[in-house]
Design a protein around this ligand. Structure first.
Ligand code: GCO
Ligand code: MN
Ligand code: MN
Length: 396
């Protein structure tokens, strides 16, 4: 690593945090809050000082449920003032459709049509708030959209109701003349026993069935893909390949556990390295241009000072990994191993890009020696060791 490299975060890095992330006071199912709740305006000031660019929110992170119109307007005005004082923006807004007991059996997938109506109307108010704060993306995370027992409803009805609510909200947003993107976030379980549309892959398939699929994409989260042991890198790559990566929730997670929402890169550092490499496009592909959002929170052991250590750590790790990935991709030995594996001197790949009579005939005429091809080693042990050495800082 060169001496001039500085991993300090700056606005141009497009790092964002949610009010609910740095504002998390450390309560868990086994114990209460352990640190004071930092107010939204203090969070704006603290994030700006730490080098972040954006702050995201649920409607109720800012405006208490049931607040009067006057109270709401006052809170929003104070928040906007803090944003302008500290040169911060709100890139994304979302709706809390999980905390109030009315959503105990789902919001958009509740069997009770009145609860679904309440959820859609609450989302409309949250979208209005997002537009007022200039947000460009609206995230939907359906924390209560699931079941403990499949006796409760037919899963097909739940999917249909989910689609109807999103179609309604997309059409209403267009009707208002707003140019917004909706990003759908999957999670396999917690707080429900099973949550519908459990992974980013499920969401991508579902999105294609929506009336306004063009305005809908995904918001993959590291922890949510890792909980069931899936690859976040592959989920994000599939979303990017489909032009559907509209937002991202970066954090860390040990496989198979509850949703830990740990500091970015603090678990599975190699997974984080390949994820950042993918997002930054250093492997000669277009980079992701949206917000680099951290949906994580500080360990329960921390006081407020520890919260800022946590936030700074997320951003520094991302920048260090981006620099390491760039150096890895420039390494001539890495490039040689990749080139050897991708070599196609006879132009065989082009025969497979589409079906035609001529491609079929060329394919049939090819001399293909399976045993000779099978004898070749790929040198991925060496390639992965090179990645590890860049990651450990001993090369490049
Ligand atoms: C979780 C989710 C949430 C969402 C948030 C934004 O597991 O709690 O990740 O943090 O990302 O509600 O929609
Ligand atoms: Mn999330
Ligand atoms: Mn999570």
């Amino acid at each position: 690593m060169t001496d001039s490299f500085d991993p300090s975060p700056a606005a141009g890095d497009r790092f964002s945090f949610g009010l609910w992330t740095v504002g998390n006071p450390g309560a868990d199912p086994f114990g209460p809050a352990v640190r004071p709740r930092i107010s939204p305006t203090e969070i704006v000031a603290g994030l700006s000082k730490a080098g972040a660019w954006g702050v995201n929110l649920h409607d109720n992170d800012l405006i208490p449920f049931g607040a009067s119109a006057a109270k709401r307007d006052q809170i929003v005005a104070d928040f906007k003032q803090a944003l302008s004082d500290h040169n911060m923006i709100v890139p994304m807004a979302t709706t809390n459709l999980f905390s109030h007991p009315v959503f105990r059996d789902g919001a958009f997938t509740s069997s009770d049509a009145k609860v679904r109506a309440f959820a859609v109307r609450k989302a409309m108010r949250a979208i209005e708030l997002g537009v007022e704060l200039n947000a460009k993306t609206v995230v939907f995370w359906g924390g209560r959209e699931g079941v403990e027992t499949d006796a409760a409803r037919d899963c097909r009805d739940a999917i249909q109701w989910f689609r109807e609510c999103l179609d309604f909200l997309c059409a209403w947003t267009k009707d208002q003349g707003w140019d917004l993107k909706f990003a759908l976030e999957a999670k396999p379980n917690e707080p429900r026993g099973d949550i519908y549309l459990a992974t980013t892959g499920h969401m991508l398939a579902f999105i294609e069935t929506l009336e306004h699929s063009e305005m809908c994409g995904v918001n993959p989260e590291t922890a949510h893909e890792n909980m069931p042991g899936l690859s976040m890198v592959h989920a994000v790559a599939q979303a990017m390949e489909a032009n559907k990566l509209f937002h991202i929730d970066l954090n860390a997670q040990k496989i198979g556990r509850y949703d830990q929402d740990l500091r970015f890169g603090s678990e599975d550092l190699k997974g984080a390295f390949f994820l950042v490499r993918l997002l930054e496009g250093t492997c000669n592909r277009p980079a992701y241009t949206g917000p680099r959002h951290f949906d994580a929170h500080a360990y329960r052991t921390e006081d407020v000072a520890g919260v800022w250590d946590f936030a700074t750590g997320c951003m520094r790790t991302y920048k260090i990994l981006a620099a390491r990935a760039k150096a890895f991709d420039k390494d001539s030995e890495v490039q040689q191993i990749l080139a050897d594996n991708h070599a196609d001197p006879d132009g065989v790949g082009s025969m497979l890009t589409s079906y035609s009579a001529s491609n079929r005939d060329q394919l049939e005429a090819l001399q293909l020696d399976a045993d000779a091809m099978a004898a070749k080693g790929h040198r991925y042990e060496r390639l992965d060791q090179l990645a590890q050495e860049y990651l450990m800082g001993v090369r490049g």
